[in-house]
Design a protein around this ligand. Structure first.
Ligand SMILES: [Zn+2]
Length: 271
């Protein structure tokens, strides 16, 4: 088991990096939606947007080995000990991944429903286009808060570090995939959507209409939204407006300060 943990610790970044490179190239060769027109005074090519998303990612990349990984490792080593014998091996690993995905579903939903959490999560949603770089765009406050929430579940359920690492690798690859602008054959996407969250499902979550933004919360498995009645009936369109209803994109320094501003930024109108 320790050999698997060491293997994943060593190669997790490589697997996620390869996934990112593959989808970043794929969505440029086979885009599902045309890139947005550059904003006033912005150079073409969306470089300013990529720099914004990349800047937020670099901060999180620095925080991960310093805070996020140690918090998860501490939680896995200090569990409350509740774990029956049958909850082990491969079946145990699969059950852990499903449970952690269920936690992420509710965590994501709380990020929309609780104004304090939305302050941080809105930074991710203010992106006015989606591609694999959107999967890297999270405010560091959201990353830290979610690490604490995940640690609490790991402590209570006694989830081992191997399961946490497998889940985090799957989660990062799934997040890059469902934000990507890769055009998939409709038949393939339809079949995939029965099991996992695909770009068609997640793009609706970024539609700049509040009722759609507050739906489709799933990250890895697509079962949770139908089960908890949060699946939107809206179908993805290539010209779908992306962002937060009634709000504009911000510069990188403004995005970093956004959660700490006095005014909460819920969308202006509710449907
Ligand atoms: Zn969201």
């Amino acid at each position: 088991m320790m050999a698997s943990v060491e293997f994943l610790l060593a190669y997790k970044g490589l697997v996620v990096g390869a996934c990112l490179l593959l989808l970043f190239a794929g969505e440029r060769l086979l885009p599902a939606a045309p890139p947005p027109e550059p904003g006033p005074g912005e150079p073409p090519g969306g470089f300013r947007r990529l720099a914004r998303n990349g800047g937020l990612w670099l901060i999180n990349l620095g925080l991960s080995p310093l805070i996020v990984v140690p918090v998860s490792a501490w939680a896995a080593a200090n569990s409350l000990g509740f774990r029956p014998d049958w909850w082990s091996g491969w079946p145990g690993l699969v059950l852990d991944v499903v449970l952690l995905d269920l936690l992420i579903y509710w965590w994501h939903r709380f990020n929309h429903e609780l104004p304090f959490l939305w302050r941080f999560h809105q930074v991710h949603h203010l992106d006015r286009f989606l591609d694999s770089s959107s999967a890297l765009r999270f405010h560091f406050g959201e990353v830290l808060l979610s690490a604490v929430a995940r640690a609490a579940v790991i402590v209570v359920l006694g989830i081992p570090l191997l399961s946490v690492l497998v889940f985090e690798t799957l989660l990062l690859c799934a997040t890059i995939f469902h934000h990507s602008n890769l055009r998939l054959a409709p038949g393939l996407e339809c079949r995939l959507a029965k099991v996992v969250i695909t770009p068609s499902i997640h793009w609706v979550h970024h539609h700049a209409i509040r009722s759609d933004t507050d739906s489709n919360y799933g990250t890895l498995f697509s079962v949770w939204d139908p089960l908890f009645r949060s699946r939107s009936a809206t179908a993805r369109r290539p010209d779908m407006k992306i962002g937060v209803e009634g709000r504009a994109e911000r510069s990188l320094p403004q995005l970093l300060l956004q959660p700490f501003r006095r005014r909460s930024l819920r969308p202006l109108t509710a449907n």
